[in-house]
Design a protein around this ligand. Sequence first.
Ligand SMILES: Cc1cc2nc3c(=O)[nH]c(=O)nc-3n(C[C@H](O)[C@H](O)[C@H](O)COP(=O)(O)OP(=O)(O)OC[C@H]3O[C@@H](n4cnc5c(N)ncnc54)[C@H](O)[C@@H]3O)c2cc1C
Length: 365
Amino acid sequence: MYDIIIIGAGPSGSNLARLLGDKYKILLVDKRALSNDNNSSIPSKSCGGLLAPDAQEMLAKLGLGIPKEILVSPQLFAVRTIDIQNKIERLYQRFYINIDREKFDRWLVSLIPCNVDKKFGCLFKGLEILENKVKVTLSHNGSNIVEESRLVVGADGANSFVGKQIHNVLNPPSKYISIQQQFHDNCHQPYFTAIFDDEITDFYSWIIPKDGKILVGSALKIDDNPKEKFELFKDKLEDMGFKFGNGSNTSGAFINRPRNISQINIGNNKVVLMGEASGAISPSSAEGISYALKSSYYLYESLCIEMDGFYDRYKSKMKSIEANIALKNMKIPAMYNSTLRNIIMKTGIKSITASRELYPISSRI
Ligand SMILES: Cc1cc2nc3c(=O)[nH]c(=O)nc-3n(C[C@H](O)[C@H](O)[C@H](O)COP(=O)(O)OP(=O)(O)OC[C@H]3O[C@@H](n4cnc5c(N)ncnc54)[C@H](O)[C@@H]3O)c2cc1C
């Protein structure tokens, strides 16, 4: 029997397995084939692959520096913010590390101690909570396997199936579906472009350059024709002068957007949730990697001395993530209320004044 079974080897699951691997008998499970020597038939995690300052800070706290093989070009120092409705755009200084997300995940996996058992290419199918253990059903190479553990950790992301097993969540985070598509980079703009338009979504859309390609994506309301809205979004960009050509690698993924702290759900003392599975992600920018690293670090701190009483320790540490999410929600009107955003952008406050010759800010909006 394992001490801990972790479902999901994204940043939160791998980080926890790395930190606790020498202290407990651990099994780490992921449906992706994440070991360094095999290629997954399950696609990479759909992601913009930007490490925001909070994620950089967490990596520093964890004593980690990123190998250069994980970086992609260009590195980005500004956000180009386009408000289609208000026909205004601005450039703001920001510091992102631009990475290849699949390589980042595989690198985190490579840091896990070898005494952690890993089952990759393996699907979590369900669990049963018994008095002093949890039975976990997995599907590997076409057959079902049952493993037992004292504790199960759900690190399985926005659409957590582990979370669904343990409770009927009364107040789940608002869920969006993101559609992201890759194009040849005809724009050559060294910016992370964030695009706001209420006709497309009440969240936001983006363009991120990556090694000669661009990722064009949008976080869309699930019940508001997301596919059609994504096509409309691209048409609007083309009307503004962006040129895309044929797209490839279209991916879809859920994104949680916790609008208040009652939507953060960390499970219980037998089946505990962390990372985006717990609803921890920025509701203003959808930045989730720092939350994945931070919540897994909090769970590590709560478990590292002993398992007894870990749940109360974890619950108390997660209060700081809840406070952070509450603060981010307070910022939302300034970013997402079209009138307020227009006023703020018009003031030009904190924006970079760019030379028109160097930066074609006068796109057709
Ligand atoms: C389109 C998009 C763009 C984003 N861009 C950014 C960005 O640029 N920067 C940023 O910081 N955040 C970004 N995010 C958010 C970020 O990707 C997540 O918040 C972060 O990855 C959460 O980490 P995690 O470890 O909690 O979960 P995940 O990274 O989602 O990992 C979950 C893991 O669980 C596995 N899994 C799921 N279900 C099962 C199952 N049933 N059985 C076995 N394994 C399973 C998955 O394969 C996956 O490996 C983006 C999200 C999306 C959707």
